[in-house]
Design a protein around this ligand. Structure first.
Ligand code: PGA
Length: 240
């Protein structure tokens, strides 16, 4: 794993955008695996700035997202589909038909996971962007998730519900289940960019980089990836 330590969240955004742009500029029809959460938002802002200033085009780019809440429609302003439009897609020239995410309203969870796995097979990712949870989770893969899991439906842990409630009016509104790419799906990307910002991530970053590779720390699987870059700000990297 290549480790890049930057000063703060602003530098993290710039460095992450630089890594992503390297992939996008090298391949006009790159397939990007994208993530929601607060950490990648700064990087998306930089990509938008670059698109408007330098004209980098996403016309042929395809985007596949990690996860989606079960029970929310794509129009719901708490859905991850909506998040991606608001924070990136509506500000660049990507074709929305080339953007993919699990269907939170799918009636048959198993069938939806199989559909998404088939989609992922047909769209090998050039880059996968990840955040990391304070407990080392990646996407909605919580500690204990088998590394062999592909797309699956999960019940959110109490801790994740609590963390994510900051985006909702109340904790009661946070959906209890979600679809998520599994560790195995994530590892299939050619390159992985994992971003960590703030002191609350320091322990998870330490375990991810220096700890043993264990299902108890989902992000530790990234030690086995041949092309993974971790970008952490000084607070997130403070224990390294
Ligand atoms: P955050 O979430 O970027 O909002 O901190 C990361 C995660 O929990 O995966």
């Amino acid at each position: 794993m290549r480790i890049v330590i930057v000063k703060n969240a602003e530098e993290l955004a710039a460095k992450a955008a630089e890594e992503a742009l390297e992939v996008i500029r090298a391949k006009k029809d790159a397939v990007l695996g994208l993530a929601t959460g607060s950490t990648p938002v700064g990087m998306y802002r930089k990509l938008i700035e670059d698109h408007k200033k330098n004209g980098t085009s996403y016309r042929l780019v395809k985007a596949v997202n990690l996860d989606e809440y079960i029970g929310l429609s794509p129009e719901n302003d708490q859905s991850y589909r909506y998040f991606m439009r608001k924070n990136l897609f509506d500000e660049i020239d990507i074709d929305l038909d080339n953007t993919y995410i699990e269907n939170g309203l799918a009636a048959d969870e198993k069938a939806e996971c199989a559909r998404y796995d088939a989609l992922l097979r047909s769209l090998p990712r050039d880059l996968q962007v990840l955040g990391i949870g304070a407990n080392g989770h990646i996407a909605f893969n919580e500690p204990g998730t088998p590394f062999s899991e592909k797309t699956h439906a999960v019940s959110l842990t109490e801790n994740t519900i609590e963390m994510n409630s900051r985006f909702f009016k109340s904790k009661d509104e946070v959906p209890r289940r979600a679809f998520t790419m599994g560790p195995k799906s994530i590892m299939e990307a050619k390159k992985i960019l994992i971003l960590a910002s703030g002191a609350s991530k320091a322990d998870a970053v330490f375990k991810t980089v220096r700890g043993e590779v264990t299902e108890e720390v989902p992000a530790s699987i990234l030690q086995n990836h041949p092309n993974c870059v971790l970008i952490a700000d000084e607070e997130a990297a403070s224990l390294l």
